[in-house]
Design a protein around this ligand. Structure first.
Ligand SMILES: Nc1ncnc2c1ncn2[C@@H]1O[C@H](COP(=O)(O)OP(=O)(O)OP(=O)(O)O)[C@@H](O)[C@H]1O
Ligand SMILES: [Mg+2]
Length: 363
């Protein structure tokens, strides 16, 4: 066997070995350019080798984890434990568990090796289940309380209205009673929200497209966006696969999230809404993402925003996101939220497409 044939076959063997690994791997040269990505790495990123090789790693995988950089020389010098980071690849957010592997100094052209695994789905699942578990007991209690408050309210309202009708039109007392009715309206609205949270109406699912519902919500809020000085960018996919949804309920979810974004940008900003159809390894999903440039979600309340009654707003009931979560759950979907590196928040919804995925490359 000639020397060049031997070199070629050992290179093939190396590629074969790398491709048989069950974690992603990217080899980089001294200039931080990608030399090679193994089969699993390409599968995780859902891309081809030709679109990676030769490009600088930090241009390809954008860090979405504050304070994390993809080319930390210090980390390279001391290969560490697996780190969980959020990255963006071609507009898609991924949570990767990654670490740098040690390379013998002076070893050929390979300068560093990045090993990684995709935990996007697992992480979302754990967070989601934790939230759902916490909800069920709070929900039962809320239903009882809301129910008990609502009934006497009807009696109080009837009495006040009766007494008011006996008073002169312009009397101060009649005006005071009118104020009481307004306050009663607020309590009633609150208990209606509460009951909806605690005992959501059963969903009437029908195959439909999310885009027109989303467009309608955005159109209806046009004046509110203008009044707040918010510019809206719609990046809606031309055609999305139809999925089983309850249009009224989904409209309410979109409305809650968009209203939150408006409230988070009282002095104006940018609001970007995108829809896409994504194929994951084990499923296909329709995704809707809402990005705002508002105040973001303070770290200390990050775990609480989906809790019923949690609010940081003087007039908020704190039920918007908890009701939304419940509706999304009824659709078999998921909701994730992140603070954006440059400020503001992103809410990302994902709904399953109920057709067998023909793109499962593991099969
Ligand atoms: N886009 C966002 N940016 C920053 N904080 C947000 C955003 N969306 C939600 N939040 C935080 O999450 C909290 C809970 O939101 P949620 O919609 O459940 O209740 P709320 O808006 O306070 O009241 P309401 O029941 O009227 O919707 C908010 O009070 C706010 O602190
Ligand atoms: Mg809200």
């Amino acid at each position: 066997m000639s020397e060049s044939t031997l070199a070629k076959s050992s290179e093939q063997l190396a590629v074969h070995l790398l491709d048989s690994l069950d974690f992603g791997m990217i080899a980089l040269d001294r200039e931080h350019r990608i030399l090679h990505a193994n089969r699993k790495g390409l599968e995780i990123l859902d891309t081809s080798s030709t679109s990676l090789v030769g490009r600088e790693i930090a241009d390809v995988l954008l860090s979405r984890t504050p304070g994390f950089s993809l080319w930390p020389d210090a980390q390279l010098l001391a290969p560490g434990e697996f780190q969980e980071v959020m990255l963006e690849f071609e507009g898609r957010e991924l949570i990767l568990q990654l670490r740098w592997l040690e390379v013998a100094p002076g070893e050929r052209e390979i300068h560093a090796i990045l090993a990684f695994d995709d935990v996007t789905e697992t992480m979302g699942e754990i967070e989601f289940q934790r939230t759902v578990d916490r909800f069920s007991s709070v929900g039962e209690l809320s239903a009882v309380i809301a129910h008990e408050i609502r009934n006497p309210l009807t009696g109080i309202r009837t009495t006040i209205q009766y007494v008011a009708s006996k008073l002169e039109d312009k009397s101060q007392l009649r005006s005071d009673l009118g104020d009481s009715i307004t306050e009663l309206d607020r309590i009633e609205q609150f208990t209606t929200d509460l009951l909806q949270f605690a005992r959501p109406k059963s969903m009437q699912l029908e195959e439909d497209d999310l885009s027109p519902i989303l467009s309608k919500v955005l159109d209806n809020l046009d004046q509110s966006f203008k009044a707040a000085g918010i510019t809206v960018k719609r990046e809606l996919a031309d055609s999305l696969p139809a999925i089983p949804i309850d249009p009224d309920a989904i409209q309410q979810v979109f409305l809650n999230i968009v209203l939150n974004a408006i409230e988070a940008m009282p002095t104006g900003g940018q609001f970007r809404v995108s829809t896409s159809s994504r194929r994951y390894r084990s499923r296909q999903a329709v995704e809707v993402a809402f990005h705002d440039t508002g105040c973001g979600i303070p770290e200390e309340v990050f775990d609480k925003v989906f809790d019923p009654f949690f609010t940081t707003r003087p007039n908020g009931t704190g039920l918007g996101l908890s009701i939304s979560l419940q509706i999304i759950k009824e659709h078999g979907g998921r909701i994730n939220m992140r603070n954006r590196a440059g400020g503001g928040a992103t809410f990302r919804l994902s709904f399953p497409v109920p057709v067998p995925s023909d793109g499962d490359r593991r099969s």
